[in-house]
Design a protein around this ligand. Structure first.
Ligand code: FMN
Length: 511
């Protein structure tokens, strides 16, 4: 099978439908969950400073231009806390689990964070694994000729962490998670005055830069799938990070000694989607100019972000919060889009339940001019496309209460009907994937980024978001009138007023 066919076949077989869930494990033994934190034994550990050095910046000043933070270990520690670090421990009935600056499907956190440093004050040049559990670096490689200064973050996925629970659909969740991670990096970097630039190098080069292709080091343990590297442009990092390290150390530990299932289709789709992220296109956007509302500190928003486990089913979202959320999804609306200067290919469809001044119903928000016309052609021809807020590119398709249907479509989850608004993320699909199968990953990244932006804007305003990876794909398509795979829904998201569970206690992330 060629790569395009492999991707399309994977997507189809990993769909949930009303009468059949995608293949997954029949039973789950929570005691046998793969380890959430990977240790690199035999590496030197460097404790990172824990202070958030940008804690005074308010959320409303988020997108103000600010001078770059110095390239030193204190600012690096601060940045990592805000994008990949732990934010809390939770405890209930003898169970304890940690949360991070970004959400993750099932809280399984398949993404591993890497760091390449050159000329960072207080840190020897080298390649490091970020150990979120201790907020420390594990030194993997070092010793190379003097280079230009630079700081890069790299990401890999450990599919098994996710596949252990979700079976074949897990590859999609790993990619959505990565979108959240990338967006989290953009917000954290923006607070430090660092630009984030996505390197357009291919998967093999990413693997080489992060040492993931050193097969002997990974023998007998779960491999790590190369995803992407971003340059943090504090001091004009060169395009490709250094790779000519003289010394290597460490061996990754085994995460699951007795995997009960195998899902070979995940390795197949991973292989078929290896490639490079797209280069910036002519739609490259200007710097984030949008003023965020709210007096709360930005770092506080990031550190207290949580996914709602339940929504109250009654609070009406103020119109200003709703608008803030949607504006942030448009080009220039969030620091995230500076890193992703591409014509938007993912377009929210909203099921509005309770928003001040917005009639309950189904709405479309094409994020590009071209998409408006093609969505209108592809969607049900009975949709009215009534302009609801032209400056937000928001159109009413149907005026009706959609709580029940949102719940049904979202695998019968109450969060989809009890929130104020449920999003269906509609991706341009067949065409981008036929041109480049790696687009399958990039569409999921863009979608995860949208989710993260919704979540942080909601959080800043005292509301909350939750990703919904479980939804019935073709039932969504049926509702929208989509008859082929020109467009596909690849994520749901909910935003509303959270109900907190008072039985769960919260402990600090790091003692
Ligand atoms: C890709 C993705 C899919 C998710 N799907 C669901 C879902 O279907 N239902 C749900 O209740 N939560 C879902 N979540 C929320 C996670 O369960 C949540 O992020 C995780 O438990 C960690 O909690 P936190 O976000 O508060 O840190 C999803 C999150 C992500 C990133």
């Amino acid at each position: 099978m060629n790569k395009v066919a492999t991707v399309l076949a994977y997507h189809t077989r990993s769909k949930h439908s009303l009468d059949r869930y995608a293949a997954g494990p029949g039973t789950l033994d929570w005691e046998a969950q793969p380890k959430a934190f990977r240790d690199w034994t035999g590496t030197q550990q460097i404790a990172l400073p824990r202070d958030v050095v940008v804690s005074e910046i308010s959320w409303s000043d988020l997108s103000d231009a600010r001078s770059s933070a110095p390239l030193n270990i204190a600012d690096l520690g601060s940045l990592l806390r805000l994008c990949a670090g732990l934010t809390a421990w939770k405890e209930y009935a003898g169970s304890r689990w940690s949360l991070r600056a970004h959400p993750s499907s099932g809280n399984l956190h398949p993404t591993e964070t890497w760091l390449i440093a050159s000329g960072v004050a207080g840190l020897e040049d080298g390649l490091y694994h970020y150990q979120n559990l201790h907020h420390a670096l594990e030194r993997r490689a070092w010793g190379s000729a003097a280079q230009e200064s630079g700081l890069w973050l790299g990401f890999s996925s450990i599919h098994w962490r996710e596949a252990w629970k979700y079976g074949e659909r897990a590859f999609r969740y790993c990619q959505l998670d990565l979108g959240h991670v990338l967006a989290a990096v953009c917000y954290a970097a923006s607070l430090h005055g660092w630009r984030v630039r996505l390197l357009t190098i291919d998967s093999a080069s990413v693997a080489n830069c992060l040492g993931l292709d050193r097969k002997a080091d990974f023998s007998g343990v779960e491999g790590e799938e190369p995803e992407v590297i971003v340059a943090l442009e504090a001091a004009g990092s060169s395009e490709v990070p250094p790779t000519n390290w003289q010394h290597w150390a460490g061996k990754p530990d085994l995460l699951d000694a007795r995997p009960l299932y195998q899902w070979p289709v995940i390795e197949e789709v991973a292989q078929a989607t290896r490639g490079a992220p797209p280069r910036a296109d002519s739609m490259a956007v200007a710097d984030c100019a949008h003023k965020h509302e709210g007096g709360i500190r930005a770092a506080q928003v990031i550190l207290k972000r949580r996914s709602a486990q339940a929504f109250d089913g009654q609070s009406v979202m103020p119109n200003a919060v709703f608008r803030q959320m949607l504006t942030s999804l448009l080009p220039g609306g969030s620091p995230v889009w500076n890193m992703w200067p591409h014509t938007a290919r993912v377009h929210p469809v909203l099921m509005v339940h309770r928003v001040e001044g917005v009639a309950p119903g189904l709405y479309a928000m094409p994020r590009s001019e071209a998409a408006r016309a093609s969505l209108q052609t592809a969607f049900r021809d009975t949709f009215t496309w009534q302009p609801a807020a032209p400056e937000l590119s928001l159109f009413q398709l149907v005026c009706a209460r959609a709580g029940k249907i949102a719940r049904t479509l979202s695998c019968h989850q109450d969060i989809a009907s009890q929130c104020a608004v449920t999003f269906m993320m509609v991706a341009e699909f067949a065409e981008p994937i036929s041109s480049d199968p790696a687009a399958y990953r990039h569409l999921h990244w863009e979608t995860g980024m949208l989710g993260h932006v919704i979540t942080l804007v909601a959080e800043a305003a005292g509301w909350r978001g939750t990703g919904i990876g479980c939804f019935f794909d073709d039932a969504d398509h049926e509702v929208l009138g989509l008859k082929d795979d020109h467009f596909q829904v690849i994520y749901h998201y909910a935003a509303g007023m959270a109900l907190d569970d008072p039985r769960i206690s919260t402990l600090p992330a790091y003692d």
